[in-house]
Design a protein around this ligand. Structure first.
Ligand code: SAJ
Length: 413
């Protein structure tokens, strides 16, 4: 089977590689020619376990090639970003639309077109379908169109692409059947067929569920901090109840999914989606909460330097998209604090010097849950810092040498 995947980012590239390792002939298309050149040299631009080895293997076998142009194929899969539309906070479909338009010259009867990008409910029916119908294609007869949202977590993409259950939202039932056959090539999880609009809403709702639950955990932290209760103990104890799963509080919610997708629902029905919006507002308020608490902690220290540990939105990845850590850095800078940043996972080498970052710092704020931060060198920190205080917003630092260093987290704020 020939597969053409438009968009070679976090989802498109691993998906392309999985089709290629399963004997498909794959073209990975991207508008960024620098990225295309690098991929064709076997170079990766994202940190993702197992991906590089698989890319190199498929290239050796001649099953994968990157290109700036699509090619005639049996299947076209669209995995381009859907940024937020600044006007109404819903999704900006312009990349999806231009990706659909870019494949039209290569489309032939019996081809299957699948949109994986996260899109607002009703986008397929209202915007994507007409692109092909206006070209004279009858959907479900000439070509088959489906929305099959990805559901994988960065850091474990390959494993989840293969093993997670998959929602297949066809425009017609024939479209669902055809798209399901495509995913059966490498998916070991269940393949669940439904309508396109149900698939769209399910995807948005999965991320909204998580966002709302994280907001509840963040609110609990604020409440407990105000009245002097250990929020982390409350969470641990409550979660022993068989039907309770309070999520983890943190410095805010980042990434390109949880922080954006809930707005795709809210934008359409603001009167009905009040809880969804409130959860977004609560999570958006966390960077300021971290800044306020930091100021309280260091209020008696003269001209304090602040060391930031981690700027990615997620541990053990290099992904800084919508990262609350970046907002915290900006808020602190706006208040004229001297800031130094350490993050061994991001590419920029200026963030790779731990000793320099903590030297003379009045506080280290842990903002990403990288493994490196689980066992920090307390001896070094005690010697190098002006005042050895760690503010651990991710509850990740192990408190073993507690007497040497003061560790503040969301339990003892
Ligand atoms: N976070 C918390 N507390 C928690 C869990 C997460 O504060 O208890 C924060 C994280 O620190 C991070 C943000 O939420 O800043 C989002 O991280 P995440 O690990 O929960 O999720 P994403 O955005 O990396 O990936 C999500 C996943 N969706 C769900 O778990 C429902 C993934 O399966 C989706 O494929 C992905 O969104 C997507 O592309 O939509």
């Amino acid at each position: 089977m020939k597969v053409c995947i438009i968009g070679q980012g976090y989802i498109g590239l691993p998906t392309a590689i999985l089709f290629a390792t399963n004997n498909c002939e794959v073209i990975g298309v991207d508008v960024n020619d620098d990225l295309v050149n690098k991929l064709n040299q076997g170079k990766l631009f994202i940190e993702e376990p197992g991906l590089k080895e698989k890319l190199n293997l498929t290239m050796e076998k001649g099953k994968y090639k990157a290109s700036i142009k699509p090619k005639k194929s049996d299947v076209f899969i669209i995995t381009v970003p859907t940024p937020t539309n600044t006007e109404n906070l819903s999704c900006d479909l312009s990349y999806v639309i231009s990706a659909c338009e870019s494949i039209i010259p290569y489309l032939e009867k019996e081809n299957i077109v699948i949109v994986e990008s996260t899109i607002a409910p009703m986008s397929t029916d209202n915007y994507i379908n007409p692109i092909f119908e206006n070209e004279g294609f009858v959907i479900g007869k000439d070509i088959y169109l489906a929305h099959c949202p990805e559901r994988v977590i960065p850091g474990n993409i390959i494993e989840e692409l293969v093993n997670n259950d998959r929602i297949i939202g066809g425009v017609t039932s024939e479209c669902s059947d055809k798209a399901a056959d495509v995913y059966k090539i490498f998916v070991k999880g269940n393949i669940m067929k439904t309508e396109a609009k149900t698939a769209e809403m399910s995807k948005c709702m999965e991320n909204t569920f998580r966002d709302v639950n994280i907001a509840l955990a963040n609110e609990l932290t604020k409440v407990c901090s105000k009245i002097g209760i250990n929020a982390l103990d409350v969470i641990e104890l409550s979660n022993k109840h068989p039907r309770v799963n309070i999520h983890s509080p943190g410095p805010g919610v980042g990434g390109h999914c949880l922080a954006l997708d809930p707005y795709f629902i809210y934008a359409q029905v603001p009167e009905e989606a009040k809880l969804i919006k409130l959860a977004r507002d609560t999570n958006n308020s966390m960077p300021q909460f971290v800044v306020d608490k930091t100021k309280e902690i260091i209020k008696n220290i003269e001209s304090p330097k602040i060391a930031i540990l981690g700027i990615t939105y997620k541990g053990n990845t290099d992904d800084t998209r919508e990262s609350p850590a970046l907002e915290i850095v900006n808020l602190l800078k706006n208040e004229d604090f001297k800031i130094d940043i350490y993050d061994p996972h991001v590419e920029n080498k200026k963030y790779h010097n731990f000793e320099k970052t903590i030297k003379d710092a009045a506080i280290c704020i842990v903002l990403s849950d990288h493994d490196e931060f689980k066992n920090l060198d307390f001896n070094l920190m005690t010697k190098a810092m002006k005042k050895p205080i760690i503010f651990d917003t991710k509850n990740i630092v192990k408190n073993k040498d507690k007497e040497k260093i003061e560790i503040i987290n969301y339990g003892n704020l």
